[in-house]
Design a binder for this molecule. Structure first.
Ligand SMILES: Cc1cc2nc3c(=O)[nH]c(=O)nc-3n(C[C@H](O)[C@H](O)[C@H](O)COP(=O)(O)OP(=O)(O)OC[C@H]3O[C@@H](n4cnc5c(N)ncnc54)[C@H](O)[C@@H]3O)c2cc1C
Length: 438
């Protein structure tokens, strides 16, 4: 089957506008917005968001009936490749995580009344949301082991547990929480998805966790260049009404999967945007920095850096585009799509880290300094080998899916060679005879 990543001319026109907008308006703003508070940021972003809305590009990840644009994954991938150039762009285009993934979950799992309450305000950019699955004391790579409990108590659910890396919980309006409702059920039917609105008594954000990307400084607190951090959250007898459950009790895993496919592929495409940006800096430096009387670009080892980066980015891009195309043509949750998404999810972050690392290397001390964006890009990219599933987990999924249909060969493989030769001979004997005769 041949792959088709082509896009209509009118959408190409939109992509051209996006590239110009991101490069000329958003990237320069990166230098200005650090240290601004939420109200100042909202004021700064509002006219930019309006431009995006006016062009019909706002919150493009859902179907029109849920307030999105219905672009399909190939067009979204082409779009995210551009938006990924700066961490600012997803916010301005209304498709930032975790809100976009949460919207996908609510679109498929929520009732119309729940959509009215949580999905549509989210799509309109009026509220923010959190997804809380990972816990400090259990392995996020095996969510069947989560311990947060959600028990029915009259006309409420009562939640007790400990989550962390619940991104944006300190600033969001509601949290989509995954908690165990039936510990005795089969592993993938144990958990459910519950909405916990902000300020619900019993829900307490302990702190935003300092990370490699947003380190904690004793005198300044978290050094943030974005809204919200990765929060540690305690739930202590936290009660929400029964109608705050999305889907049925036990649907938690199915719903969690619904939010992850699209999110992972958009993450991957945004990483291609980061790759391209780092690569452009690498090329510029190679052409402009002189050593031993000639530009770095004339040094063979630098040329190897350029060539390897180009080849890796192209391979990564094709893999992500193929994933998007497979989602569009065979369904976002098909086996083929799951295979491609998982393959992209573990390969692209590693390629991104390689490319940024080479760009830092070529910039020497300047690349390592905070005068350039490269060091922050590197720190941010490192999270992507862990967030949304560690590399190892996705490699395991790829291998499992590929090996599922391969029949095991009994005995030592060499025992089969004579039989296979004989079978081939029988199969092609007529053809061989005709060749011999001719
Ligand atoms: C920046 C960032 C944002 C995040 N945002 C959110 C969020 O919004 N909501 C949320 O719920 N979570 C979030 N997470 C958490 C993320 O999903 C988990 O960190 C991830 O699933 C891994 O879980 P864990 O940290 O418990 O690591 P563990 O499951 O303890 O795994 C630790 C390591 O063990 C190895 N490993 C695990 N399983 C296997 C295996 N099968 N084979 C071989 N090796 C293995 C891997 O090297 C892995 O990195 C975020 C994480 C980061 C870094």
């Amino acid at each position: 089957m041949s792959w088709d990543f082509s896009t209509p001319a009118d959408f190409q026109h939109q992509l051209d506008w996006m590239l110009e907008f991101v490069n000329d308006t958003l990237i320069p703003l990166e230098l200005l917005y650090e240290g601004l508070n939420q109200a100042q940021l909202d004021t700064l972003w509002a006219p930019l968001k309006q431009q995006v809305k006016d062009r019909g590009l706002w919150a493009a990840h859902l179907e029109p009936e849920h307030g999105g644009q219905g672009f399909g994954q190939v067009r979204l991938a082409l779009m995210h490749e551009i938006l990924g150039r700066t961490e600012l762009a997803p916010e301005i285009f209304g498709c930032q995580g975790p809100d976009s993934g949460n919207a996908e979950l609510l679109a498929v799992g929520a009732t119309e009344a729940q959509r009215e309450r949580w999905l549509y305000p989210l799509m309109a950019g009026k509220v923010r949301s959190t997804f809380a699955l990972t816990e400090p004391d259990t392995s996020g790579s095996d969510p069947t082991g989560i311990r947060t409990r959600c028990e029915r108590d009259g006309d409420h659910w009562c939640i007790n547990g400990h989550k962390w890396f619940s991104s944006n919980a300190s600033v969001s309006d509601f949290t989509l929480l995954m908690a165990v409702t039936d510990a005795d059920a089969p592993p993938h039917k144990r958990a459910s998805m519950i909405v916990v609105p902000k300020d619900t008594p019993g829900m307490r954000v302990v702190r935003d966790v300092g990370t490699m990307h947003h380190p904690y400084h004793a005198d300044q607190g978290l050094l943030m260049d974005r809204i919200g951090g990765h929060s540690e959250v305690l739930f202590e007898n936290c009660r929400v009404p029964l109608d705050h459950m999305i889907g049925e009790p036990g649907d938690g895993f199915v719903l969690a999967q619904k939010r992850l496919g699209g999110g992972r592929i958009h993450h991957s495409m945004r990483m291609i945007g980061q790759c391209n940006r780092a690569f452009e800096m690498l090329l510029e430096r190679a052409a402009s920095r002189h050593t031993r009387g000639r530009p770095l670009a004339k040094q063979q080892m630098v040329q190897a850096s350029v060539a390897e980066s180009y080849a890796q980015i192209s391979m990564a891009r094709l893999l992500v585009m193929k994933s998007a195309w497979t989602m569009d043509t065979q369904g976002p949750f098909s086996k083929a799509a799951r295979l491609e998404i998982a393959a992209a999810k573990f390969s692209v972050p590693n390629i991104l880290l390689n490319v940024i690392d080479r760009a830092i290397q070529l910039h020497g001390a300047l690349g390592y300094s905070t005068d350039m964006p490269l060091e922050a890009m590197y720190r941010s990219a490192r999270a992507l080998r862990i967030a949304d599933g560690a590399d190892e987990v996705h490699k395991q999924s790829v291998a499992r899916l590929l090996l599922e249909d391969v029949a095991a060969v009994e005995g030592h493989p060499t025992e089969h060679i004579p039989t296979r030769k004989a079978q081939a001979r029988t199969q092609f004997q007529q053809w061989i005879d005709s060749l011999v005769k001719a």
